[in-house]
Design a protein around this ligand. Structure first.
Ligand code: UDX
Ligand code: UDX
Ligand code: ADP
Length: 472
């Protein structure tokens, strides 16, 4: 039986960092070292201010760091001493070349795999952790096998991560399931068992699912595609609600009571964001085309198309409500992260919205409790275009509170559902007093009690709700 004693995780990002920190926290007998080529990131992991914000993460890292949890830039030495290696590097959508805009860029995976092949001096279990297109394990295997010898044997596993940001620690400590795919060979099954034994230190055995490699890889894409599809479905219904006077919260609640549908993940919104949903669906679309399944590709593509439509639709509503122009008007945007309880902005709906506001020559005041000013500028500026940065700086103000952002604003737009923006936490009377009148509020997250805010004097517009529709 193979027993894992030393784990290396390549990639100290949103996935690798929390996942391996929790492994160290739950398995004191295993030495876990997380490596990254980015020295600033590793320095941050070794400091008192970790590079990512995730509730509960600090406590876990601070408890195990220096004991059986380490962060290092010494990739080669860490690979050499490990018996199991998680590959948890980034796999962004390709920007150029074949499959641009759709296929995943596997350059980072390939380079990490090649590094393992080059420096390994003993057998390794290599675990694909990053979300990857189906059959990536095959490419990794080809690279590793081309370098294996009698003494150095590589086994490859797929162990996709299902954690959601903002609840990563909770998800890792108590996962719905852990999925481990392996080649159905004697060695493959032994490697699979070794990783199962790591997880069963804290995850009940029945929640650790074992499959073949390809089912595991496809499940990750499928789970994200199905989740995103639910959001696009409820968002498509939100447009019908606004046109008819139905209330999307009421519709979602009533549908969710059907046990076949379930109540979760039916919250209409300004559009889903995050590093996974769009990327994974586009991966699935690309894969379908490659497999000569154009109807399947079109089906999944529509989930992304609907998400883009939802964001544009919200912008159109804002502009038309503000008397068809927002030029020189001040728009306060509450929230920049792609969801609450994270500082991550990847694919955040806020980016699309604010770029549109900038194009319309509005003045935009932004407040987010966790996203840094520099990150906001990076997201809003085209890379490398100095003029764009100058223009963006003229039109953007980054604020340190919701009150500051809303001061003298014509409209407040809720983009991220941070708890502090709820009407029982934020003093909306104070916000109202300091705004231009009429004071508009657009709720892209169904977060506030519209009736309560209307009593204060706000003109409120909520996604998926329109009290005036259908009454004429
Ligand atoms: C459906 C709804 O379930 C019910 O709530 C509504 O009131 C009427 O429409 P029904 O059409 O009687 O009920 O049957 P249902 O069990 O929903 O199946 C519909 C079709 O989907 C069948 O052809 C069934 O074979 C198929 N199906 C269902 C699948 O192919 N896969 C599934 O997982 C479930
Ligand atoms: C997702 C998956 O949930 C997770 O299992 C996978 O490992 C990675 O991708 P994440 O992107 O971190 O996780 O966040 P998630 O909570 O799924 O939210 C994604 C986006 O959908 C957010 O922008 C969120 O605001 C939006 N959303 C979610 C809705 O608009 N409505 C909902 O009902 C749920
Ligand atoms: P994810 O959300 O998938 O965790 P991130 O971008 O947050 O993605 O993290 C991926 C990390 O992987 C980055 O910090 C990046 O520097 C690191 N990385 C990429 N390629 C390599 C490599 N070959 N060796 C070590 N680290 C790498």
């Amino acid at each position: 039986m193979v027993v894992v004693k030393n784990i290396c995780c390549i990639g100290a990002g949103y996935v690798g960092g929390p996942t391996c920190a929790v492994i160290a926290y739950k398995c004191h007998d295993i030495k876990v070292t997380i490596v990254d080529i980015n020295p600033e990131r590793i320095a941050a992991w070794n400091s008192s201010k970790l590079p990512i914000y995730e509730p509960g993460l600090d406590e876990i890292v601070f408890e195990r760091r220096g004991k059986n949890l380490f962060f290092s830039t010494d990739v080669d030495a860490t690979i050499q001493e490990a018996d199991l290696i998680f590959v948890s590097v980034n796999t962004p959508t390709k920007k150029t070349g074949l499959g641009a805009g759709m296929a995943a860029d596997l350059a980072y995976i390939e380079s990490a795999t090649r590094r393992i092949a080059e420096v390994a001096t003993s057998p390794k279990i290599v675990v694909e952790k990053s979300t990857v297109p189906c059959r990536t394990a095959q490419s990794m295997r080809t690279i590793l096998e081309a370098n294996s010898t009698n003494e150095i044997h590589f086994d490859i596993l797929s162990n996709p991560e299902f954690l959601a940001e903002g609840t990563a620690i909770k998800d890792l400590l108590s996962p719905d399931r852990v999925l481990i795919g392996a080649l159905q060979t004697k060695e493959g099954l032994a490697a699979q068992e070794a990783l199962v034994n790591v997880y069963t230190n804290w995850v009940p055995k029945e929640r650790v699912i074992t499959t073949n490699l390809w089912s595991s890889e496809l499940t990750k894409l499928a789970a994200n595609a199905l989740l995103a599809q639910r959001i696009s479905s409820i968002n498509a219904l939100s447009a019908i609600c606004e046109a008819t006077g139905a209330d999307v919260d009421e519709v979602a609640y009533a549908c969710g009571l059907d046990s076949r549908l379930g109540p979760k993940f039916l919250k209409a919104s300004v559009g889903f964001g995050g590093s996974c949903f769009q990327k994974d669906i586009l991966n699935l679309v690309y894969l379908s085309h490659q497999l000569n399944l154009p109807e399947v590709a079109d089906y999944w593509k529509q989930v992304v198309t609907m998400n883009e439509y939802q964001k544009k639709r919200f912008v159109r509503t804002i502009i038309s409500t503000l008397f068809n122009t927002i030029t020189n008007k001040k728009i306060a945007v509450l929230g920049f992260a792609f969801k609450k309880d994270t500082g991550d902005t990847r694919e955040s709906a806020a980016i699309t919205l604010i770029k549109d506001f900038i194009d319309e020559r509005a003045q935009v005041a932004i407040y987010d409790p966790k996203v840094s000013s520099e990150q906001i500028f990076m997201d809003l500026c085209e890379p490398g275009v100095v003029d764009t940065r100058k223009q963006v700086e003229k039109q953007i103000q980054i604020c340190s509170s919701a009150y500051e952002a809303a001061k003298d604003a014509d409209a407040v737009v809720i983009v991220t559902e941070w708890d502090e923006f709820r009407d029982d936490q934020l003093d909306y009377e104070r916000i109202y007093k300091n705004m231009h009148k009429p004071a508009f509020l657009f709720d892209g997250r169904l977060l506030v009690d519209a009736a309560k805010l209307r009593k204060i004097g706000f003109k409120v517009n909520v996604i998926g709700k329109n009290e005036l529709a259908g009454t004429a």
